[in-house]
Design a protein around this ligand. Structure first.
Ligand code: CP
Ligand code: NVA
Length: 324
């Protein structure tokens, strides 16, 4: 079935969805482009639930390069390609040695001749930029030390499913100003949700990412707040979001972080301070008993698993936009 099932030419021209080669950061996309991805994800999800997606990616292959472990990103991208009639190759940290065994520029130019797109999970954000710069094919950021845009797309889809849209909502992130927080902040600012973070001193969001978010928020009529008090941060929030205190690659800081973050645990007491209808989100993997309690993760306000499942649908939409 042709792509026009999802977009008319007019929509393609209006949203500019055909113009971007890569998906590296939420910040690179206009609110209209991001909303088009979410609309596409909704359509693809419904189509999948109604019996299956058409083989838009027949004979197309996605290479998946991982410098770090993964469950959700690996399996959801692989299954997204299969559902759309394509295939995916998993390339483990040991196999590629990105930038070690071979330069990133050389890897990019070699794989461009073999596959149709690359998804990469890297330590250093500069490495995904380098890969995209040298590759002739679309490059998708499957998480870097700076951001996690595919996660944010699935997060926005989940919030939209629960509240109809992001516009006017209060989204609060409790914990480390990390990669997941950066992409969530940017998608909130782009789509008109007020974003608040509460983090311990010394674990702030990247100031340049905040400056960008403030610009996006000004355009959408939303706001960005950085607090240290988790109780103040969750007041009137419709979405409470948390993530690990120790991201991949920060193992040496574990003792220091585990000492600093306990006041930032998302537990029943903190949740009681939020809007009664608030939902709880976490990109997973969760460290139960640290950043989130079992009671909250498995409670009625938790959306952790629908959120994880939405990675599949959001990424199908990203793939369709870049590949179809
Ligand atoms: N949320 C997420 O990206 O999970 P994985 O690390 O398992 O891919
Ligand atoms: N902040 C976490 C997200 C994992 C999906 C990390 O980078 O390890």
């Amino acid at each position: 079935m042709p792509l026009m099932l999802y977009f008319t030419w007019n929509e393609i021209i209006c949203t500019g969805v055909k113009e971007m080669k890569d998906f590296l950061a939420i910040a690179d996309y206009s609110p209209a482009d991001l909303q088009a991805i979410l609309d596409q994800a909704v359509a693809l999800k419904k189509e999948w639930q109604d019996g299956g997606n058409p083989p838009l990616f027949k004979n197309k292959v996605l290479a998946m390069i991982f410098q770090k472990p993964s469950l959700r990103t690996r399996v959801s991208f692989d299954m997204a390609m299969r559902h759309l009639g394509g295939d995916a190759l998993y390339l483990s940290p040991a196999e590629i040695g990105l930038g070690k065994r071979e330069s990133i520029a050389d890897v990019a130019r070699v794989v461009s001749g073999y596959v149709d797109a690359v998804m990469a999970r890297v330590f250093d954000h500069q490495h995904i930029l380098e890969l995209a710069r040298w590759a002739d094919i679309p490059v998708i950021n499957g998480l870097s030390d700076y951001n996690h845009p595919c996660q944010a797309a699935a997060d926005a889809l989940t919030i939209q499913e629960n509240f109809g849209s992001l516009k006017g909502l209060q989204v609060t992130f409790i914990g480390d100003g990390n990669n997941v927080a950066v992409s969530l902040m940017h998608i909130c600012a782009k789509l008109g949700a007020d974003f608040t973070i509460a983090n311990p001193a010394g674990y702030d969001l990247d100031p340049d990412a905040v400056a960008l978010a403030e610009k996006f928020a000004q355009a959408s009529g939303s706001s960005i707040r950085q607090l240290t008090d988790p109780v103040a941060a969750v007041k009137n929030a419709q979405v409470i979001y948390t993530d690990t205190w120790v991201s991949m690659g920060q193992d040496e800081e574990t003792a220091k972080r585990v000492a600093a973050f306990p006041p930032y645990q998302v537990n029943a007491k903190l949740l009681a301070e939020a809007d009664k209808e608030a939902i709880v989100m976490h990109c997973l993997p969760a460290h139960r008993g640290e950043e989130i309690t079992d009671e909250v993760a498995d409670g009625p306000q938790s959306r952790l698993f629908p959120q994880a499942h939405n990675r599949l649908h959001a990424q199908k939409a990203i793939l369709v936009k870049l590949l179809a």
